[in-house]
Ligand binder design. Sequence first.
Ligand SMILES: [Cu+2]
Length: 134
Amino acid sequence: MRRTRQRFGRLLLLIGLAPAAAIFFFACGYGGGGYGAGGTSVAGTTTVTGNSASVSMKNIAFNPADITVSKGTKVTWANNDNVAHTVTASDGMFDSGNVNPGKSFSFTFNQAGTFPYYCRYHVSLGMKGEVTVK
Ligand SMILES: [Cu+2]
């Protein structure tokens, strides 16, 4: 009876420590200031002229996250991170599949509209973007 209670207490302690350990892991794993830091995010949308645009995937974020392009623009996402990402349209219009570090994915936008997208692996960490085509 007494022994059981002790074990239960230890189990509770372990459960209590798990989230703390996870937070510690994340904080260290994406070191160098972590995602969100570094001041590279720009408020609002970035308008790109010409027929090509590029978005960098770095520090678990798309940069610039929101771009506005004209119809027929080829957008290229380059993975400058050390982990794989995906470029996945919320409406299913495109999906890069795995984009490994050093690789890129391109898609040409031929129809006007707003196309939100995300990374399958890091959407919960806020890795999302949007392409507006005019
Ligand atoms: Cu990702």
